[in-house]
Write a protein that binds this ligand. Structure first.
Ligand code: LRH
Ligand code: MN
Length: 428
């Protein structure tokens, strides 16, 4: 079942195809001069995919405010509809990463079928021990998996195990565990003891993982804690993952690092030790701004994918990172932001495929600094949009995703159908 009329996409593409063919052929000739077959790159791009966050389908906000838009989704069913629009147009977002209890329903098998009917599957499930739910026995105000209160840790462990059980019904195979546990004052908690409590509780979650499942540990420098965070950086994350076992991997959320941290080197390090489990793609200028991927620092995103293409060529303990978007759409139509972000992410992957790795390695070995740099810079400057558009069109997607989305008047139509979302604050 498609959510947008296929005629609408076909008519829009018919207006664009001649220009696309011209651009694709011209780029093909340019790449051929460098010994690259454009169709081979296009086939790799066509096989690429990134998951979208259920919580990104609605407007996000900050602690100050959230500004809902008419027609935004109000529950997981409407969020899946909007994710199906993104997939139908982009053809690179076939999976949704859900968050519990935000996406809680009574029938998860039914939800899986509902998603499948929309052409969607489920990626990693996300637990939530950073908010208290109505009627919850123990508060997470002073921590969850690392809380000094054994009953609170047990409650957090139980919730993570419930997320695994839900994920099994949805066909997921990863549990993403981000805990906001930390402190706002020096002395508030002991760094070593809080980490040990976290490791003990996390090992109970680990023990509940089904055979083929992975636990993705997500580090974050700060927020909601503003003095220390239990899993604050890749170092704490990899040590915890090594302590927990082979099914524990590290998830890199691009926004969870201090400004100017060399994230691509962190990616290379995690891969080197077989602990690269996944990504939350977004962008930021200051803190965990959760801005659209590639909107502030597209070069960094390219350098991350350069490491990923290099890693895929030199797998360690199996190269299988989960690619997911994690953004907060505070001022745009969330569908447009995720279409634009999927394009930016896929574009960086495509540019990284254009790198002549033999020339790069030779220049590196020879300490030919300028030619090593140019081996990355030149592919970065190539406009790969014709490759992405051709891959999309061949898969039934739109050549111009934003124009076709706007022509569908989806948001206006949904504004007639869906109940308005109330004013509020916060991420969802
Ligand atoms: C924490 C985080 C985490 C999610 C949340 C919505 O900042 O990146 O991945 O659980 O955002
Ligand atoms: Mn995240």
């Amino acid at each position: 079942m498609t959510v947008l009329s296929e005629d609408l996409i076909a008519e829009a593409n018919a207006r664009e195809i001649a220009a696309l063919d011209e651009d694709y052929d011209a780029l093909g000739r340019k790449l051929a001069r460098g010994g690259l077959a454009i169709d081979a790159i296009k086939d790799r791009v066509a096989a690429f995919s990134v998951a979208v966050p259920s919580w990104g389908a609605g407007r996000g906000g900050t602690r100050f405010a959230k500004f809902p838009i008419p027609g935004e989704p109000t529950n997981i069913h409407e969020k899946l509809e909007d994710c199906a629009v993104i997939q139908q147009l982009s053809r690179v977002t076939p999976r949704v990463s859900p968050h519990f209890p935000w996406d809680k329903v009574g029938d998860y098998k039914g939800l899986r079928q509902e998603a499948a009917a929309l052409g969607l599957g489920f990626d990693a499930v996300n637990s939530n021990t950073f908010q208290d739910q109505p009627g919850q026995a123990r508060t997470y105000a002073t921590g969850s998996l690392s809380s000094t209160v054994a009953a609170t840790r047990a409650q957090a462990v139980e919730h993570n195990i419930e997320c695994i059980e839900i994920g099994q019904q949805l066909g997921s195979r990863d549990l993403t565990v981000w805990v906001g546990d930390g402190t706002n004052f020096p002395g508030q908690q002991d760094f070593a003891r809080s980490l040990d409590r976290y490791l003990d509780a996390a090992s109970q979650v680990y023990a509940a993982l089904p055979g083929d499942w992975r636990m993705l540990l997500e580090h974050k420098m700060f927020e909601p804690a503003f003095y220390s965070t239990v899993i604050s950086d890749w170092g704490s994350s990899i040590l915890a993952a090594q302590e927990l076992g082979p099914k524990a991997k590290c998830l890199v959320d691009l926004g969870h690092h201090a400004p100017n941290v060399n994230i691509e080197q962190i990616v290379a390090r995690l891969h080197r030790f077989g602990k690269l489990g996944g990504f939350h793609f977004n962008d930021s200028k200051y803190g965990d701004d959760d801005l659209d991927s590639g909107s502030i620092n597209p070069h960094q995103l390219f350098l991350v994918f350069n490491e990923l293409v290099e890693a895929e060529a030199h797998p360690r303990d199996g190269f299988d990172p989960s690619y997911m978007i994690d953004q907060s759409h505070n001022v745009t139509d969330p569908i447009e932001s995720m279409l634009s972000s999927a394009e930016a992410i896929t574009s960086c992957f495509a540019k990284a495929l254009l790198v002549d790795r033999e020339a790069l390695h030779a220049a590196q070995e020879a300490n030919d600094t300028m030619m090593a740099f140019q081996a990355l810079r030149r592919p970065y400057t190539i406009d790969v949009a014709p490759i992405l558009a051709r891959a999309r069109a061949e898969a039934g997607g739109a050549i111009d995703v934003l124009a076709t989305y706007r022509a569908s008047r989806w948001r206006e139509r949904k504004a007639q159908e869906r109940k308005p979302v109330g004013l509020g604050a916060g991420i969802v």
